[in-house]
Design a protein. Structure first.
Ligand SMILES: NC(=O)c1ccc[n+]([C@@H]2O[C@H](COP(=O)([O-])OP(=O)(O)OC[C@H]3O[C@@H](n4cnc5c(N)ncnc54)[C@H](OP(=O)(O)O)[C@@H]3O)[C@@H](O)[C@H]2O)c1
Length: 246
């Protein structure tokens, strides 16, 4: 458990091109904490340029498509100064366990295999820069099957397990690994979720604070924290409760 100071650091965050995403909230928190540079990696650089028009000059937009083979490796060759890698980009299709095979595969590509490829590509960069830190946006739904999307939950369960594996495997090169487990957050992704939602800005601030404390796991909002506590108390009863929500 190593506290990671953001002051004067260089960060790379994926999927931070939307005006009201967790990514943009985290970019703002990194800048407020004194980051030297924040690379915002997006698949649509023109759209992101509009969101960040006239913004803080420490923000630099770069191209990354997690579904495109070779995209992660090309970025790692280009950005040798990254110290903090934040795997934030994600996809929610709403596919159930019996849902579309194409949707399920895309969800696993964007949520699991894409971020893994990016982490594999950037691990040597982090090592060369003193170890640095890795942040993975999992979900409270990494722990149980959320009624609106069993396939999304399954992909986030995979990222949760990979986060633990990455923490163990990257310990030798002194990379701190933070897993983030949000509940419902007020972004485009959660538009259809009718629950109390937390602002993406407050999740961003919580991520930066957790890095600076050296936390390994973060439940950044009250609703998610409460759901996780209910799940832990009686997993079977919670599964039955979730089934009534469907
Ligand atoms: N919102 C919630 O309630 C909630 C709860 C728990 C966990 N999370 C997780 O938190 C993270 C951020 O979520 P959010 O709510 O801020 O979502 P969001 O606003 O939908 O943003 C997701 C971002 O991922 C990007 N993305 C999708 N496919 C991509 C690809 N192939 N290559 C590169 N980028 C891609 C999107 O890019 P485009 O703009 O180009 O589409 C978008 O900017 C996700 O990992 C999500 O699963 C969210």
């Amino acid at each position: 458990m190593t506290a990671y100071p953001i002051q004067a650091s260089t960060a790379l965050i994926t999927g931070a091109g939307r005006a009201r995403g967790i990514g943009k909230g985290t970019v703002d928190a990194l800048l407020a904490a004194g980051a030297r540079r924040v690379y915002v990696a997006v698949r649509d650089t023109a759209a992101a340029a509009k969101v960040y028009a006239g913004y803080d000059p420490r923000v630099q937009i770069v191209a990354l498509d997690l579904e495109k083979p070779g995209s992660a490796e090309a970025l790692a060759k280009q950005l040798g100064d990254v110290q903090v890698l934040i795997n934030n980009a994600g996809l929610f299709t709403g596919a159930g366990a019996l849902g579309s095979d194409a949707d399920q595969r895309r969800e696993f590509e964007v949520n699991v295999f894409g971020p893994l490829a990016l982490t594999r590509a950037f691990a040597p960069v982090l090592a060369r820069n003193g170890g640095g830190a890795l942040v993975v946006l999992n979900s409270v739904a990494s722990h149980f099957s959320f009624p609106l999307g069993a396939s999304y939950s399954a992909s986030k369960a995979a990222t949760h397990i990979f986060t633990q594996g990455l923490r163990r495997e990257l310990a030798a090169q002194r990379t701190h690994v933070l897993g983030v487990y949000p509940g419902p957050i007020d972004t485009d992704m959660a538009e259809k979720i009718e629950m109390e939602k937390t602002s993406p800005a407050s999740v961003g601030r919580a991520i930066v604070a957790a890095l600076e404390r050296g936390d390994e796991d973060l439940f950044p909002d009250g609703t998610g924290e409460q759901m996780y506590a209910q799940f832990r108390q009686d997993p079977k009863a919670f599964e039955r409760y979730l089934a009534t929500m469907a």
